[in-house]
Design a protein around this ligand. Structure first.
Ligand code: GLN
Length: 537
């Protein structure tokens, strides 16, 4: 059986529990311990797939097609190992399971209650990933902040697990904020004391307190926190603001978080973490030779979390190319034929983002046209690829009303159509074409050069597809469909050979980009943007 670490948060949200959990897992992995991370979210949605990105940021899709919280993206980017549906559980999913069991008569006449029925289901899922011997350590991040009404059943379950399992098998890491009061020139520990007290009132006692802080914590402060919060003095960890999230594992190593864990768990591990690849990446990241500017055309640009995986993929690909990628956010709603030259001036590449619905669509099409005609490196993802197809249909094939049936169900030229199997679907949650599917790539194409392979697998999240009734017309007009799904013939990749770099993909390559294996499409897109910028390779 695995050892379990629970990461809770106090004082405020957005302290970066996901990054701390991922950093700890990275350090353990780098010492030869196999670790996985899961996230328990307190909301009632069964998964975040039905949430508007403005609500909760990007929806991250796993290999097995689960629509999950964006923190799973961090777990994969740090650990370079895939997660799955089991790694993300919401209150909604827990209740759905329990209610389905109740309807099936499985509770034999009993009154079904939060304790023990809901907490039993939570416990089952919290312990699940540690049961098949695949992992030495399972880290569980509890969403929300201690004291929230909605996360109480999760915290109660942690209490039960802490009580049931041997002491050397369970650990609780509590992440809090130590605010710095400029006027008093002082770091304040009171909010942390309160949040630990609140946690203790529920019966859960933290083993380690990780303190987010803008100013260094001196020994006196650490000792004070340890004393008032009843943890060992060495178990108060400073988590200073970092210039990049990828530095956090090193900060945690400096503070000996991995050693504290190994000691408590009595686990045999390499004497020091092997972070050779990680450090090589960090060195490149911190020493870019030049800067290039990429326009990100989307409709959720006010919220950076909405395009989390794309932004992280740019960081990975930038480091690989030894350039800093400056992402210029451009709202597709503000983009018109009249202002496009002005708005996109000075960019070295354009990425048209994924998305849903009508808002900002014409701006995306205008952006594609600009990139195509001005030979600016272009990369379209999912909806971005579909817009590239529509733009080519309208402006090259002369199908002036070409559209996607998602935006215009009555278009005379529905070049993007709803997938056949989607037409029968009436429920919205979890019913898109989701997760990993194979794609066969044409030899000699740009995609082939990028991947260096003819068989690839990438992750998906869409309901609409290239309408193959128009395939011949597009091919005759010069658009190359260089990647297709081998079983269905669904077009996965389109490209333009008479352009320095023009590629659109129906799938989401950003979901598989990690520090150790940056997504090839991003790496080559940035390389093309470097040429555009006149930066020497
Ligand atoms: N709305 C489009 C579809 O469902 C594109 C989806 C996306 O960009 N993820 O096909």
């Amino acid at each position: 059986m695995a050892k379990y670490i629970f990461v809770t948060g106090g004082v405020t949200s957005s302290l970066g529990k996901g990054i701390i959990a991922a950093s700890l897992a990275k350090l353990l992995q780098a010492r030869g311990i196999s670790a996985t991370i899961q996230k328990f979210d307190p909301y009632i949605n069964v998964d975040p797939g039905t949430l508007n990105p403005y609500e909760h940021g990007e929806c991250y899709v796993t290999e097995d097609g689960a629509e999950t919280d964006l923190d799973l993206g961090h777990y994969e980017r740090f650990l370079n190992t895939p997660t799955s549906q089991a790694n993300n559980v919401t209150t909604g999913r827990i209740y759905q399971t329990v209610i389905n069991k109740e309807r099936a008569g499985e509770f034999l006449g009993k009154t079904v209650q939060v304790v023990p029925h809901i907490t039993d289901e939570i416990k089952h899922r919290m312990l699940l990933l540690g049961k098949d011997g695949k992992y030495d350590v399972v880290i569980t991040e509890i969403g929300g902040t201690v004291g929230d009404i909605e996360s109480l059943p999760f915290v109660e379950t942690v209490r039960q697990i802490q009580w049931e399992l041997p002491e050397e098998d369970v650990m609780v890491v509590h992440l809090t904020l130590i605010p710095y009061l400029k006027a008093a020139k002082e770091l304040k520990t009171k909010p942390t004391q309160h949040s630990v007290r609140m946690l203790s009132e529920t019966g859960v006692h933290p083993d380690v307190i990780v303190c987010r802080t803008e100013e260094p914590l001196n020994d006196d402060i650490k000792r004070k926190i340890a004393l008032f919060c009843n943890v060992k003095p060495g178990n108060v960890i400073e988590a200073a603001d970092a210039s990049t999230i990828y530095e956090v594992p090193l900060l945690m190593q400096k503070e000996k978080l991995d050693e504290i864990v190994l000691k408590k768990f009595n686990l045999q591990a390499s004497p020091a973490p092997d972070l050779t690849k990680w450090n090589a990446f960090l060195t490149k990241l911190k020493n870019p030779k030049s800067t290039i500017q990429i326009g990100l055309i989307g409709k959720y640009i006010e919220l950076q979390d909405a395009y989390k995986s794309i932004l992280e993929s740019f960081i990975h690909a930038g480091a690989m190319n030894e350039v800093k990628v400056k992402v210029v956010n451009i709202h597709s709603e503000n983009l018109t034929k009249e202002n496009v030259n002005e708005q996109l001036k000075g960019l070295h590449g354009l990425l048209v983002a994924p998305g849903f619905g009508n808002r900002g669509i014409e701006g995306k099409i205008v952006a594609v046209q600009y990139a195509r005609e001005n030979k600016l490196p272009f990369f379209g993802i999912c909806l971005g690829m579909q817009m590239a197809v529509i733009e080519y249909g309208r402006n090259v094939l002369g199908l002036q009303k070409a559209h996607s049936v998602e935006m215009d169900p009555n278009s005379p030229d529905p070049v993007i159509n709803m997938m056949e199997e989607q037409k029968r679907i009436t429920m919205m949650g979890g019913t898109m074409r989701l997760g990993a599917y194979p794609c066969t790539i044409t030899e000699g194409s740009l995609a082939h050069r990028i991947y260096g392979a003819t068989e690839i697998s990438e992750r998906h999240r869409h309901r609409y597809e290239f309408n193959n009734a128009y395939l011949k017309a597009y091919q005759n007009a010069g658009m190359v469909t260089s990647g297709v799904n081998p079983a269905s013939g669904l077009v996965e990749i389109v490209e333009l050979p008479d352009h320095p770099f023009f590629i659109g993909v129906q799938y989401h390559p950003e979901l598989k980009s990690t520090v150790e294996a940056p997504a090839p499409l991003f790496v080559h897109f940035i390389a093309a943007a470097k040429i555009q910028a006149g930066v020497n390779a």
